[in-house]
Design a protein around this ligand. Structure first.
Ligand code: PRP
Ligand code: ZN
Length: 297
């Protein structure tokens, strides 16, 4: 059976989320050695390994205890949770990973006029998300026939399997290419880390907490900006009061100038034009705002 001292995270083997998942984990300080069959990545910097699988299998793998966490689209996380609604949920949504944005939509033929969900009554709708679609139809008080397909849902109307579909839309290109149009959004989705944090009792609990802290740090850093400016010693107190951050700034002496100092401060939100103008009025010069993400790239 599995070791109790290593954590296993399942990620999508190939597809929209795989590269970004590995990249984010790498930024959190995890490094891996890929197995020859490309199904497993051994964690080198930390005892956290990756399992490369189909995204739709990830909730089940967590439920079976094969892995403790996984990165999936919110659509997959919610579909499996809804489908298993009678049993206790096998996982929690732990962290919003901030990438892989898309939406689960109902789409009808481009030439069909759309007057609202009542129009779906008695129709056949193809989808890979029967639980989410069923839940939506129930909330709309509409009865329709759900045709479950595991892939290539968008070609169902051409094949005559169903005239309407419910599928993920990102750029909209797939719908366009199949003469379909989006008429209702069922779920806004992006990548989330799901896992079984609460039920872990051994070393894996601490590893999971460490992973969550690191990911949180990386995600915060993504939005962060580094503000650099210089000021005279005389204006320093009033400039310091206006700095748009709760973090303490770093100050540096400019070589050859007794009077001027450079300040740098990390800001976790956007810095407005207004804040910059106020700083200038207080005597700050050479203001530079730099996204931290760019500096690391
Ligand atoms: C989704 C969906 C469409 C496509 C839509 O598939 O099923 O085929 O993306 O994207 P677009 O609006 O940018 O054209 P996905 O890549 O998630 O693969 P999967 O459903 O097989 O996992
Ligand atoms: Zn999939």
């Amino acid at each position: 059976m599995m070791g109790r001292d290593r954590l296993r995270i399942a990620i999508q083997k190939s597809g929209r989320l795989s590269a970004a998942s590995i990249e984010l984990l790498a930024r959190a300080g995890l490094s891996f050695r890929m197995s020859r069959d490309r199904l497993f990545c051994f964690g080198e910097s930390l005892p956290i390994d990756l399992l490369l699988v189909r995204d739709d299998d990830i909730p089940g793998l967590i439920q079976q205890g094969v892995c403790e966490a996984g990165v999936v689209g919110l659509n997959v996380a919610r579909e499996h949770a809804l489908a298993a609604k009678d049993s206790a949920p096998a996982y929690d949504e732990l962290i919003d990973m901030g990438f892989g944005g898309c939406r689960l939509c109902v789409a009808v033929p481009q030439d069909e006029q759309w007057d609202g969900p009542a129009q779906l009554a008695g129709r056949r709708i193809a989808t890979s998300y029967p639980a989410l679609l069923g839940d939506y139809l129930q909330r709309q008080n509409v009865e329709a026939e759900i045709v479950v397909l595991s892939g290539s849902v968008e070609i169902a109307p051409k094949l005559g399997t169903a005239e309407i579909i419910c599928d993920l839309v990102s750029s909209g290109g797939t719908l366009q290419a199949n003469q379909l149009k989006e008429v209702a959004i069922i779920l806004e989705s992006n990548a989330v880390l799901i896992g079984t944090r609460a039920s872990l009792a051994d070393e894996r609990r601490e590893l999971m907490d460490l992973l969550l802290r690191r990911l949180d740090g990386v995600l915060k850093m993504r939005e962060s900006k580094l503000l650099t400016l210089n000021t005279s010693r005389e204006s320093l107190p009033s400039v310091l009061k206006l700095l748009p951050s709760s973090d303490p700034p770093t100050s540096m002496q400019i070589a050859g100038s007794e009077d001027r100092v450079v300040l740098q401060v990390l800001c976790h939100q956007d810095i407005s034009w207004h804040q910059l103008e106020e700083l200038k009025r207080a005597g700050a010069g050479h203001l530079l705002v730099m996204p931290v993400e760019k500096m690391l790239a």
